[in-house]
Design a binder for this molecule. Structure first.
Ligand code: DC
Length: 229
């Protein structure tokens, strides 16, 4: 399974900004260790998708919070081999790719800044994470959701590099993409995520910070695996 000499950490928190490589590294690590992979961004995206689908005003904090408290977001093993890590199902509908749309990306930072939304979602995340044998990926896993994590890693990269990665990803999926536009949105999302009052994006004090600008996916993965034992 893996060549680790020691018992790997049970709760692994992997944080960082959009397109910093968290998901790819986290997925691979979870597979190697035989752990659950949990991408918490899916939950914030799903709540945002529901709001848009119901024509809710994303600026109506009370309404969005109430909806987040009762939202049924079903995350299942992947049913299709199209690059997805899992299926995301809402009321029987497969929204796996819909939650990655530009419309959702434009609103998700605002929705995830609402304290009530964060409370509702992070309580569920914590309950799952505390079972252990988990790689949990997000923005506030090491700081808020699972501060007792055995290993905390924070992946960083410049906005330019992350916009380029997002561009390549979209082109690979056969989508239209505009680098300058992606960069502008990336910078705006970083700004909102890192300046919000509750659980802003930042590394935990005891996190290992890795700047991935000059590193390949394999190199980042190798570094994180090394920390696991
Ligand atoms: O990782 P991602 O791009 O899928 O996350 C989408 C948004 O969700 C991101 O802009 C910030 C928010 N998010 C968050 O606030 N806390 C998390 N633990 C995960 C995501």
């Amino acid at each position: 399974m893996n060549n680790l000499k020691n018992q790997p950490p049970s709760i692994i928190a992997l944080d960082g900004p959009a397109a910093s490589g968290k998901t790819t590294v986290g997925r691979r690590l979870a597979e190697t260790l035989g752990y659950l992979f949990f991408d918490t961004g899916i939950m914030y995206r799903a709540v945002t998708w529901i709001a848009l689908d119901h024509d809710m005003d994303a600026g109506d904090e009370a309404l969005i919070t109430q909806m987040a408290q009762s939202a049924q977001i079903d995350i299942r093993p992947p049913s299709q081999n199209d690059g997805r890590a899992c299926d995301v199902i809402i009321r029987g509908r497969d929204v796996t790719w819909d939650i990655r749309s530009g419309d959702v990306e434009a609103k998700v930072s605002a929705v995830s800044a609402y304290p009530g939304v964060r409370k509702a979602l992070s309580e569920q995340q914590r309950r799952i994470g505390m079972r252990g044998k988990v790689v949990m990926v997000g923005r506030d896993i090491g700081t808020v959701v699972l501060p007792e994590a055995d290993l905390k890693v924070y992946l960083d990269a410049s906005a330019e590099e992350r916009a380029r990665r997002r561009y390549d990803e979209l082109v690979e999926r056969g989508k239209q993409a505009d680098y300058e536009d992606l960069l502008k949105k990336m910078i705006e999302r970083d700004r909102i995520d890192s300046t919000r009052a509750v659980a802003p994006l930042r590394p935990a004090e005891d996190a290992v910070v890795i700047n991935t600008d000059e590193l390949s996916e394999d190199q980042v993965y190798a570094r994180v695996l090394e920390m696991c034992g």
